[in-house]
Design a protein around this ligand. Structure first.
Ligand code: F0G
Length: 457
């Protein structure tokens, strides 16, 4: 089968509310045309994110019942530590409440004012933490990643020439680490190849620079390596994940993605001194180093989720469900980021709505229109998410102006995907009716996409 069926069945269901167009119009107005501000009760199919929205297995739920809620030295921590060591291979694990908690620790420890952090495209919270600590982020992803139509199989790759140029320009001593995401969320869930990661590691090592992995969707990345990269087809996804991690010095993890958990994360490093610093800091921001802001039961859910995440049938069904939606939309000539990513299908809103100027936020406009049509909530991943340039105060206009249809793991069925495809196609057919976009009515200072309000232009 081109799209393998799910290797699980449904044991418990969660009823959804179906709304009328009038109700959605009302809800949209109240939300200031920002889909982030919609109440989830007003959403039919929620593709806002795959983060913490996954369905846990009966094994994860039952593991939660044996969670050890001790403040210090909980058994559940040691289970998590063992799972991360086994599947990711890092020695020192510091739990955090979610991914950005790990980013905070890592950035505070390693980044000093005036330093520079190269990375394969930015992620919102990652860059915000780097900037908060006085660092400057530099995008060193290959050019192909910025072109929605380019079919490069590894659009998450680092452009080594760009990385070398930056090192020559600012000096290796001013680069605390290379920030490598696998997969690259903002590029549409695009993987980095093992060969490229190896070259990045070699170059960084040559200059004495560390490589830190954003491992949120590293299992999805490993699956793509198995599918697409010569020499890896016969390796297990678990093996490939280990090999990827071996090429890095540490990782920040959001367990709300690959690990099927509703909350949780960790920072992992090899260097014992760095680990010691992280354990000193975590107690200030998250909690003691054996719970890091998670309840004992959550530590259990993450530990159980890690071993499920690398199971071949699980990861194959996950990535292929995303591909199923992508194929439906590709066949209907919807402008998409190609190839289809691991966690999301991204519609190129700038191409879909060429008549809406970038200053009126085509992606935000398209996301609002999709919600109005069917109650499907996408996420904006364009200029609103990109924010303003700190030095000029001007809007950043990334080349990718996308709406992201992000698929939670094990939550929606193929029929849900059909509904989503029909609605995207319908809105695209009627796109000429969307004459104008949206203007800010309220613009928050940081991560503005979450709480901004808009009015129709
Ligand atoms: N890194 C990546 C690549 C992410 O996608 C996210 C979260 C984080 C780090 C931060 O992790 O949410 O646990 O604090 N991405 C979510 C999304 C929010 O919708 O893409 P977190």
């Amino acid at each position: 089968r081109q799209h393998p069926a799910e290797p699980w069945r449904i044991k418990m269901v969660e009823p959804l509310r179906v709304t009328t167009r009038h109700e959605r119009q009302q809800a949209l107005k109240e939300a200031g045309y920002n889909i982030s501000l919609l109440r989830s009760d007003d959403v039919y199919i929620d593709l806002y994110t795959d983060s913490g929205t996954n369905a846990m297995s009966d094994r994860q739920w039952s593991a939660m019942m044996v969670g050890d809620e001790a403040y210090a030295g909980a058994r559940s921590f040691y289970r998590l530590e063992a799972a991360v060591r086994k599947y990711y291979g890092y020695e020192h694990i510091i739990p955090t409440h979610q991914g950005r908690g790990a980013e905070n620790l890592l950035s505070r420890i390693l980044i000093r004012p005036g330093t520079h952090i190269p990375g394969n495209m930015y992620f919102t919270t990652t860059r915000a933490h780097q900037e908060l600590n006085g660092g400057t982020f530099h995008d060193v992803i290959i050019d192909e990643a910025h072109d929605p139509l380019d079919e490069h199989p590894f659009k998450g790759n680092v452009d080594l020439a760009k990385l070398e140029r930056l090192i020559a320009e600012v000096g290796a001593a001013n680069i605390p680490y290379v920030s490598v995401a696998a997969t690259v969320n903002m590029a549409g869930g695009q993987p980095i190849s093992m060969a490229n990661l190896t070259e990045v590691r070699d170059l960084a090592q040559h200059h004495g620079i560390a490589v830190m992995l954003d491992a949120a969707r590293a299992v999805e990345n490993a699956y793509f390596i198995k599918q697409r990269e010569p020499g890896w087809a016969t390796h297990s996804v678990a093996d490939i994940l280990r090999e990827m991690c071996e090429r890095t010095d540490g990782a920040a993890m959001s367990s709300k993605k690959d690990s099927y958990a509703n909350i949780g994360g960790w920072l992992a490093v090899r260097d014992p001194q760095l680990a010691e610093q992280a354990r000193n800091l975590v107690v200030l921001y998250e909690g003691l180093h054996t719970y890091g802001g998670m309840a004992g039961r959550d530590l259990e859910a993450v530990a159980a989720g890690i071993s499920e995440s690398v199971q071949e049938e699980n990861i194959a069904a996950r990535v292929n469900q995303v591909a199923y939606l992508g194929d439906l939309l590709t066949e209907a000539d919807i402008p998409l980021v190609q190839p289809i990513g691991g966690h999301a299908v991204c519609v190129d809103a700038a191409a879909a709505l060429p008549h809406v100027p970038r200053e009126q936020f085509p992606a935000q406009t398209l996301a609002a229109a999709l919600y109005l049509d069917s109650g499907v909530r996408a996420a904006e991943r364009g200029a609103v998410s990109a924010g303003r340039d700190h030095s000029t105060g001007q809007n950043r206009y990334p080349r990718l102006e996308l709406i992201r249809l992000t698929i939670p793991r094990r939550v929606y069925t193929q029929s849900h995907m059909d509904v989503v495809a029909e609605s995207v196609i319908q809105v695209h057919k009627e796109r000429d009716r969307l004459h104008t976009g949206l203007d800010f009515a309220h613009e928050p200072e940081t991560l503005r996409f979450f709480q901004a309000r808009f009015t129709p232009s």
